[in-house]
Design a binder for this molecule. Structure first.
Ligand code: UD1
Length: 369
């Protein structure tokens, strides 16, 4: 069996690593790794390959940044000849970024079967570019690997054939389980002179939070209030999108009370997150990681496509006035540091994906619709 895996942005790398490893262990699969280059900065890309033990990409498309149309289009243009040349049995695409949907479109149009890892998640929020990417990718996929029960329900409601959907658990948690001890052993917080439990980890990069000047300013101000009101430091690794917006909008003064950092490597971030008192984020994956680590998480969004993190995990949503964040953080700091591990988030999702894919076989073109 031959598989082409397509990855492009930071959250993709953590998800594909255990999948490639699981296929490798079967000894039955010829794998080709394509990096679209959607994320090209070393902190968002190269270091992740190193930390996760991912093989060097076989093909780099170097598409870089651009508007959604430009970025998605460039991936399609550059990827088509690669898929056409390789003619794999499957194209594996992960998550919900622009590279994900571009890969699905190219493969489906060449009649090659698409497997989507992390299928079926829905926020119901069509203003999120990721929501559009999820829906389109799932519609084009022959094998849909899901992380939680809600995803299966969403796909059933959209009319996706049941035999295409496979509830396998969460590959992001496979990666977390593989690396958490090593990350803890690095004692990153200690190295920065931080007492465990004395700080909050914060990440913000969603367009809905960082593109509107008033919203971004209010959120940064609110984080300053959290520092003053709780006595906890706020560690804020700045995503390039956020850093750029802060500069453009001249909001640097609001960063003064915060401890800003460059985007962190996977192991550094995981190490710091494990010792954090709580996490404030608008990321998707971090909601899942905090659920398994049992760390209180406040997601600064009106919705989540990962409801199991609310019902089983430590996650809560907050979309009110940013100045109310202090009260929500205080409440989270007092809450129990525990949650229930969602079903099948056991570190073995990738093995299930490999077994199921081998079972589906290598013959046959895409059987859509
Ligand atoms: C993308 C994903 C988002 C994911 C996030 C994780 C889409 C639609 N969005 O958002 O789902 O949560 O990655 O990081 O695919 N930039 C750099 N260096 C880089 C990459 C980007 O400086 O290596 C800059 C770009 O020039 C751009 C900004 O960061 O101005 C945003 O990058 P982009 O890839 O468009 O989207 P993200 O916000 O990173």
């Amino acid at each position: 069996m031959k598989i082409v895996h397509v990855v492009g942005a930071r959250p993709n790398f953590m998800k594909i690593a255990p999948v490639m490893e699981a296929f490798e262990r079967t000894g039955e699969v010829d794998q080709v790794l394509v990096h679209t280059g959607q994320h090209y900065a070393e902190e968002l890309s190269k270091y992740f390959f190193d930390d996760l033990g991912l093989p060097r990409p076989d093909v780099g498309l170097g598409v870089g940044s651009g508007s959604h149309g430009i970025q998605t289009g460039r991936v399609m243009i550059a990827l088509e000849p690669v898929i056409d040349r390789e003619r794999p049995d499957w194209v594996f695409t992960v998550g919900d970024v622009n590279s994900t949907v571009a890969a699905a479109l190219v493969a489906a149009k060449l009649g090659i079967r698409v497997a989507h890892v992390e299928a079926g998640l829905r926020s119901g929020d069509w203003t999120m570019p990721e929501e559009i990417n999820r829906v389109v990718t799932d519609r084009l996929s022959d094998a849909l690997f899901t992380t939680e029960a809600a995803a299966n329900e969403n796909l059933a409601a959209e009319g996706v054939r049941e035999d295409r959907v496979h509830f396998v658990g969460n590959v992001m948690i496979d990666t977390l389980e593989r690396h958490r001890e090593r990350a803890a052993g690095m004692r990153v917080a200690e190295g920065m002179g931080l007492e465990p439990g004395s700080y909050l980890m914060v990440t913000l990069h969603r367009p809905s939070n960082v593109d509107d000047p008033g919203r971004l300013a209010a959120l940064l101000m609110a984080l300053g209030e959290v520092v003053a009101g709780t006595g906890h430091q706020v560690l804020l690794p700045l995503h390039p999108r956020t850093a750029m917006r802060v500069k453009e909008l001249k909001l640097q003064e609001f960063l003064q009370p915060l401890t800003t950092l460059p985007p962190l490597r996977y192991l550094d971030f995981l190490g710091l997150m494990q010792d954090a008192a709580a996490v404030v984020t608008d990321s998707g994956g971090i909601q899942e990681e905090t659920t398994v680590l049992g760390i209180p998480c406040i997601t600064v969004r009106p919705n989540t496509e990962r409801p199991v993190t609310l019902t089983h995990g430590t996650n809560r949503l907050y979309d009110g006035d940013p100045h109310g964040l202090l009260d929500v953080v205080r409440e989270a700091l007092l809450s129990e540091r525990s949650g229930v591990r969602p079903p099948l988030w056991d570190g073995h999702a990738a093995e299930r994906i490999a077994m199921i894919t081998l079972g589906l076989g290598s013959s046959g073109d895409s059987a859509l619709p």
